[in-house]
Design a protein around this ligand. Sequence first.
Ligand code: FAD
Length: 297
Amino acid sequence: MEETPKVQRDVNLARFTTFGIGGSADYFVVPKSANELQQAIEWAESEDYEWFVLGSGANILFGDGGFRGVVIKNEAKHFEFKERLLKAESGATIAELIDATTKRGLSGLEHYKGIPSTVGGAMWQNLHFLSYPHEQTRFISEIVEGATILADGERRHVTKEYFRFGYDTSVLHDNDHIVLEVTFTLEESTPEDVEEVAVENLAWRRRVHPANAVQMSAGSIFRKIKGVGAGRLIDQCGLKGHRIGGAEVSDHHANYILNVENATAEDVRKLIEHVQKVVKEKTGYALEPEISFVGDF
Ligand SMILES: Cc1cc2nc3c(=O)[nH]c(=O)nc-3n(C[C@H](O)[C@H](O)[C@H](O)COP(=O)(O)OP(=O)(O)OC[C@H]3O[C@@H](n4cnc5c(N)ncnc54)[C@H](O)[C@@H]3O)c2cc1C
């Protein structure tokens, strides 16, 4: 396929991530439908380019050297309801789906209020939150009925089992399959009850998480260590507020690294390594990053 006008060249990636960090992509495409998403991948493959599908950019760190290949910023956002079923393209944001389900009094997505994510990113990582009344962690996998994926150039309909969901993980970590559309099964409720959970969750996030986290972080940096808490370990080691270049361990929540002043990806990488080293030396625990490192560092 010829390069189409829709393909942009040398696009800086920082503004497409919540960290606000990263170099440029050689090529950048913004598909607006599942068909266009599939076409963008087919085009990249026909040109033999590396490709990467980007959602809200809330769980990744792009390198300062950018991305040699095509970044496909997924804006396939169409969704529709059929009674309690919600079928959503993978570029729809969880925020816009919460607005729509709240209005209809359908429960299931309000647990994730305030978390930046597309449907595709949520499936990749099995989006989760200790939702109101904060007694039980809810996972997006609980409401997944099935999906349409793109696997080795073919569209396939798969059930929830295909995804092999775990804590912070799914089968998508191990292959290059792409989610085109997901069907969620929701529970009948009322707009008021759904809204209440969403409002409580947002209030809790505002108390517990650093202000502006959505504009300057990638959420929790390290994976959960069962029964211990990565943030607690970092705090115990006196690392809150520790800074390298423009990157700083949050004073508010030690498992967040913030881009406080034009941080580079290198600053963040160095700070992550420093935290890992100190925590290992002082406590014996090995912290593992939860975010993905993408492109050239
Ligand atoms: C302030 C803040 C708070 C957060 N709080 C939480 C929280 O409470 N709980 C939680 O679970 N997470 C949390 N996160 C992390 C993040 O929001 C989630 O991981 C989210 O699901 C990422 O979605 P995304 O669309 O931004 O994915 P991106 O970061 O854009 O991409 C992440 C990965 O998903 C892949 N991907 C994206 N779309 C598709 C697709 N269509 N098909 C296949 N793979 C795809 C990408 O290639 C990439 O590998 C938080 C992040 C921030 C910044």
